[in-house]
Design a protein around this ligand. Structure first.
Ligand SMILES: C[S@@+](CC[C@H](N)C(=O)[O-])C[C@H]1O[C@@H](n2cnc3c(N)ncnc32)[C@H](O)[C@@H]1O
Length: 297
């Protein structure tokens, strides 16, 4: 365990998942965003969960970089995915990627990131979703660790000493966008607050929904505080657990090991396992996977 991490001792009571966290290089990278807290390492768990669940629709109420929705649709684990995200910058990116793929591709091909160009783009007023989307993409790829929250700093050195442009791979982004474009008719995107949207959506979809829940964490259980990572980070965790329980949802949820979360797991009679993996900086991390049934021991 990383020495700077503080896990609640209650966290240790959960067994370790029989499926290890994936090395991110072994899983196809499909997202456009470098997302803090991105869930690429979880993909083997998602594959097993969805192949057992046989749900037609995946709902991802805290979409962020959207790796789970993209993988589920592209690997035909479900027929369709519904992504929901509250952040208007991230939302503009997904709306444009899905509905106006070609205009984003053209903007990527024409752009070379320089410090001045990127700073201008950061301060620019955008006229359309496509402009806002492009700004989000560029900032995500030129800020440290992809953090878009206010005050995040730019990369000043990087691979090949290319500085601010060291994570700008236009051809890779274009290829990922082309793949997303091919599957766009099976992915819908809703901008808004999942704490309002999720319950009526689950009531409408009923048993055909599988819900992947990756909210901003409490920050008290070992993982970076949501406030440093995301613009929107306040969640009523107890209410989220209630919504999932009350609607009999087939869900897979990830969380840090804060005492509040451990208590909620017991209160609702849910199952949890720990998954140990290394983050992008090769630091060991441990997170909880919470499900209604016991799937991973
Ligand atoms: C942990 S991140 C999701 C990361 C994602 N699973 C991935 O692999 O990239 C949480 C996301 O939830 C979003 N969010 C926070 N509060 C929200 C709310 N009430 N409704 C919808 N999205 C919200 C944040 O903006 C952030 O993008």
């Amino acid at each position: 365990m990383h020495p700077t991490m503080v896990y609640s001792s209650a966290f240790e009571q959960f067994p370790i998942s029989r499926i290890p966290g994936a090395n991110v290089s072994s899983v196809p990278q499909r997202s456009l965003l470098r997302y803090p807290g991105g869930k690429t390492w979880l993909i083997p768990h998602i594959r097993e969960w969805l192949s057992r669940a046989q749900s037609r629709t995946l709902v991802e109420p805290f979409a962020g970089g959207g790796i789970v929705s993209l993988t589920a649709v592209m690997e035909e684990l479900v027929n369709e995915a519904v992504m929901i995200e509250i952040d208007p910058d991230v939302s503009a990116l997904w709306k444009t990627a899905l509905l106006d793929t070609q205009s984003l591709i053209e903007k990527i091909r024409l752009f070379t990131p320089t410090r001045i160009g990127v700073e201008e783009l950061e301060g620019a007023k955008f006229q359309s979703d496509a402009e806002r989307a492009f700004r989000t993409l560029v900032l995500n790829r030129t800020k440290r660790a992809g953090i878009l929250a206010k005050g995040a700093s730019f990369l000043d050195s990087g691979e090949d000493a290319r500085g601010i442009g060291s994570r700008w791979y236009p051809e890779t982004l274009v290829k990922r966008l082309q793949e997303i474009g091919k599957h766009a008719e099976n992915i819908s995107f809703q901008e808004g607050d999942s704490m309002q949207i999720l319950e009526p959506l689950l009531q409408r979809l009923g048993q055909k929904a599988a819900v992947f829940v990756d909210p901003p964490y409490t920050g008290k259980g070992g993982k970076g505080a949501g406030s440093r990572l995301y613009t929107h980070f306040k969640i009523d965790h107890a209410r989220l657990f209630e919504i999932l329980d009350r609607n009999d949802a087939n869900f897979l949820m990830t969380y840090d090991g804060a005492q509040e979360i451990v208590d909620l797991i017991h209160q609702h009679g849910f199952h949890a396992v720990r998954v140990e993996m290394k983050n992008a900086h090769y630091r060991p991390l441990s997170e909880l996977i919470i499900t209604r049934e016991n799937l991973f021991t």
